[in-house]
Write a protein that binds this ligand. Structure first.
Ligand SMILES: NC(=O)c1ccc[n+]([C@@H]2O[C@H](COP(=O)([O-])OP(=O)(O)OC[C@H]3O[C@@H](n4cnc5c(N)ncnc54)[C@H](OP(=O)(O)O)[C@@H]3O)[C@@H](O)[C@H]2O)c1
Length: 329
């Protein structure tokens, strides 16, 4: 049976790719920085099929050769090991850095780390690369009426000039990955999620950026925000995102960028959905809807991958039901 490698198997996205791949019968080599960390590995090894078909390896993106063992014998690598860097090594927030430090300490480590993982894949003779990026790479200087994967390209210099090094990371990583994969004849698919909800594999993921917006009202009775943020945001079920990765891998004709989101919602509407699932929780006061309509997407390419996508209200309701079932005791 086919083996795949998941770089970042202990992450929110990576662990859901592992879960979906095991469900589909694959053998999986997963990486995290410390494969002896039982606080993480025990949750992965508890997934159905894991004892028979999941092997975990220690690997760090700063060292290309640390991925060699995990890549051996794999047909594809799924890369989900570049969470956004919000601070420089000395703790300075990314937004406060100048151009040189922002590039060297936030953008470049992700670009170089991704190239290290790709070099290991190339050495191992892997043919397909499934890369997790983010919709922060889809914001050109002049906003688009409707975003397509081909036209919604951030401009790294424009983002860095605004101090948005954490966002620029993604388009720089994608460009470097594309150049590498063209030069080495690897098939590359890139996935573009925003906020993700849905059942998680380990309790640590509930503390992360995505889930805390819903966990806080349900568990703590209060929202993360004091005021409803401006504008709109998209959400997706992390299980749908994992299915997009696997479906793209299983369709040899698939290549290039794919949105991994649903239609965007105004934050005020999103909070109304949260409030429906957490009655009695203290929520930020209701605000007017934004003057700007929510971001519009053309989902032709996403839908060609054949995943039946949920929508935001369904995802929030399912996640809330799962959270209330006390899945981790
Ligand atoms: N979470 C979201 O809502 C969201 C939204 C949009 C886009 N994304 C994108 O999705 C991708 C995955 O994010 P995530 O939320 O799944 O991240 P995550 O939960 O923080 O997981 C990150 C994974 O990468 C590994 N990792 C971290 N630093 C590493 C390093 N130096 N070398 C090797 N592995 C390393 C972690 O392993 P350890 O166990 O060693 O820490 C973990 O397996 C990222 O590209 C992110 O931008 C996420």
């Amino acid at each position: 049976m086919t083996r795949i490698t998941v770089a970042g198997a202990s992450g929110l996205v990576g662990s859901n790719i592992v879960r979906e791949a095991l469900k589909r019968g694959y053998h999986v080599s997963g990486t995290l920085r410390d494969a002896e960390d039982t606080g993480k590995t025990r949750w992965l090894m508890a997934l159905p099929g894991a004892p028979e078909r999941l092997t975990l390896f220690s690997a760090d993106s700063r060292d290309s050769h640390s991925f060699d063992a995990a890549m051996a014998g794999s047909d594809a690598v799924f890369i989900a090991c570049f969470p956004p860097l919000y601070r420089a090594a000395d703790g300075t927030p990314a937004r406060e850095l100048d151009r040189q430090r922002g590039y060297e300490e936030i953008v470049r480590p992700v670009r170089d780390g991704c190239l290290n993982v790709l070099a290991a894949a190339e050495r191992a003779g892997i043919g397909s690369v499934m890369l997790c990026s983010s919709t922060s790479s889809t914001n050109p200087p002049v906003p688009l009426a409707i975003k397509t994967e081909a036209t919604a390209l951030s401009d790294a210099e424009h983002q860095m000039a605004q101090g948005k090094f954490t966002a620029a990371e993604k388009i720089v990583m994608e460009t470097a990955a594309q150049d590498f994969c063209v030069a080495h004849n690897l098939r590359l698919c890139i996935f573009l999620p925003t906020m993700m909800l849905g059942p998680v594999v380990m309790p640590q993921h509930l503390e992360g950026g995505s889930h805390r917006f819903l966990v806080a009202p349900i568990r703590d009775g209060r929202a993360v925000h004091d005021t409803v943020p401006e504008g709109s945001i998209s959400v997706s079920h992390v299980g749908d995102v994992a299915a997009l990765f696997l479906n793209a891998y299983e369709r040899p004709e698939a290549r290039g960028r794919y949105f991994a989101v649903y239609e965007s919602l105004d934050w005020a509407d999103l909070y109304a959905e949260f409030a429906r699932q957490a009655p009695g929780a203290e929520m930020p006061p209701a605000t007017e809807r934004s003057a700007e309509p929510p971001t519009q997407f053309d989902f032709t390419r996403r839908d060609a991958l054949g995943v039946t996508m949920r929508d935001i209200p369904t995802t929030i309701a399912e996640t809330a039901r799962w959270l209330k079932s006390q899945p981790f005791g």
